[in-house]
Design a protein around this ligand. Structure first.
Ligand SMILES: O=P(O)(O)OC[C@H]1O[C@H](O[C@H]2O[C@H](CO)[C@@H](O)[C@H](O)[C@H]2O)[C@H](O)[C@@H](O)[C@@H]1O
Length: 260
């Protein structure tokens, strides 16, 4: 991974930024800073203003682990696409397996809710976020978080072996097997939007499915350095997203004929 604001990063932007660009952003940790309680996450004004400005030039998508309804309630503008549950909710044309995902998640939730009653193993504050098509188990507030994390991994393997388990920031995401992931969703978004280039920005493990695409026509950016990431570039800290959005807007404005 190379810093985005480097010679290599700026050269890559020269290749990618044009009127045929699609901009795709993850939500938590990318557009919104991480906060201890998920229901308190907000899209800051300085990000909202820039996203609205960007949307005047190119199509924009939010591709998130949250549900679509959750994102709608947090984003005071209408991006071209909101795709939820890591790619399995909200994609035009991808409704085929929705009922199966819901059914499976309901069953998992029942099994896990019962198991989490064992406070000795899982702590008093471990809880399940039900997003319909996938579940997230949060253990951020657990007093002995490393032990709780280990116990949770063992529980998932034993009680819901079919789940695709993806670690995140003090969470485990539980996805139905074979459900589309963020890489699948990003490729589908390019197809349906007709974009010839895309930029994908994310910050967490589920974003690796998109980073791993490694396509010449998709530039990938991670918020915060992580040695094992497949992303091409990184922004050192969350607030750097603002400068990155400014850079995109400036470049797109320069492409417009003068006087527009
Ligand atoms: O794909 P994303 O949009 O990044 O969603 C990933 C998960 O984000 C949320 O959890 C994370 O953010 C919370 C609020 O800042 C934080 O409290 C939590 O510890 C983070 O892991 C969301 O709650 C999950 O459903 C998403 O899967």
């Amino acid at each position: 991974m190379v810093p985005l604001f480097s010679d290599a990063g700026l050269r890559r932007l020269d290749e990618i930024v044009g009127p045929d660009l699609l901009c795709v952003f993850d939500f938590d940790g990318t557009l919104a800073p991480i906060v201890p309680q998920p229901d308190k996450a907000i899209l800051p004004q300085e990000v909202l203003q820039r996203l609205s400005a960007l949307a005047a030039h190119v199509p924009l998508a939010i591709l998130t682990g949250r549900s679509v309804a959750d994102i709608r309630s947090r984003v005071a503008f209408e991006p071209n696409y909101i795709i939820g549950n890591h790619g399995s909710e909200g994609m035009p044309g991808w409704h085929v397996n929705s009922d199966d995902y819901r059914k499976l998640c309901r069953t998992w939730k029942e099994v896990l809710s019962q198991a989490l009653g064992d406070k000795q193993r899982f702590g008093p504050a471990t809880w399940i976020e039900d997003k319909g098509f996938s579940l997230t188990v949060h253990y951020r507030a657990a007093p002995e978080s490393e032990l709780v994390k280990k116990n949770l991994s063992a529980l998932f393997a034993q009680a819901i072996p079919a789940a695709r388990v993806i670690e995140g920031k003090c969470i485990f995401n539980l996805l139905p097997p074979n459900a589309p992931h963020k890489g699948d969703a990003l490729e589908k978004l390019m197809e349906i939007s007709g974009a010839r280039h895309a930029i994908y920005v994310g910050d967490d493990v589920t974003d690796e499915d998109a980073f791993q695409l490694r396509r010449q026509d998709i530039m990938t950016v991670r918020v915060e350095y992580f040695a094992g990431s497949a992303a091409e570039f990184y922004l050192p800290h969350w607030p750097d997203i603002v400068g990155f959005l400014d850079e995109l807007i400036r470049r797109l404005q320069e492409l417009q004929p003068s006087g527009v």
